[in-house]
Write a protein of this length. Sequence first.
Length: 308
Amino acid sequence: MTYFRGETMSIPYDYYRIFYYVARYQSLTRAAHALQSNQPNVTRTINALERELGCRLFQRSHRGVTLTPEGEKLFAHVQIMQEQLQAAEYELAGSRSLQSGSVSIGASETALHGLLLPVLRRFRQQHPGVRFQITNHSSPQAVAALRAGLVELAVVCTPCDEISKPLAEIPLRPTQDVLVAGPEYADLAARPLTLQEVADLPLVCLGPGSSTYTFFGQLFAQQGLTLSPDIQAATADQILPMVRYGLGLGFVPMELARGPLEKGEVIQLSLDQPIPARWISLVKDKSRPLSVAALELEKTLRAAAREG
């Protein structure tokens, strides 16, 4: 629809597109060639547009066509519209071919270090034009951001009670938590510890609202114990520095603990019962379509999971 003097005029967009090319090339023949049409069709369209608008848009001569003052006014507006549409088409074409585009991801600390960062490095090598917006959350916060439409994908530790329809969980890779302590607790490494003994020692842990706190709270509850950390950390990567400084024991994913263990900065303690494995999972909202770049990232994550 075109609006003119307060009235709605039903002029097809294609009329303006043809007008744009005729004005640009100043030739009906050259415009027809650029449009992959023929001159009679182009001429009929321009005549129809002039009838609809009630004014002449071009002066015809044997050398071609030139804009009338009315045509120049119209072209000033149509040129902006056409060039903006072409720019949008190029941008969308680039997104489809993964030459551009962006992906927003909500990720927990464990998922980020345990899987997402290596996958993003591979993805970036293959598709350097794609941009990433990564927000570091606890698993429940990342899932909440996905549900609110603030991110396209969430990569988190599960189980996570917040995942429900229309969200779908795709387990990617198991992750194992280990109990670590500073060197001053070396005597505790001589034998497996019970959870009761761990509960009686200073403990550094993520606070309520995190999937880690819920997971270990349930583990302690199975033994009739209450998880009551002496220090509550905001993120998983804050636990290890506190443990190194002797502030307490900590449960951390092996992906984060491996380096400090190899350097001797912390020691691993054993338990008399195994800690159940958790999963690094991809979560997506099945009610919303993913961008081409997000779909490709999902494929890359799944491939990395299959490779182990």
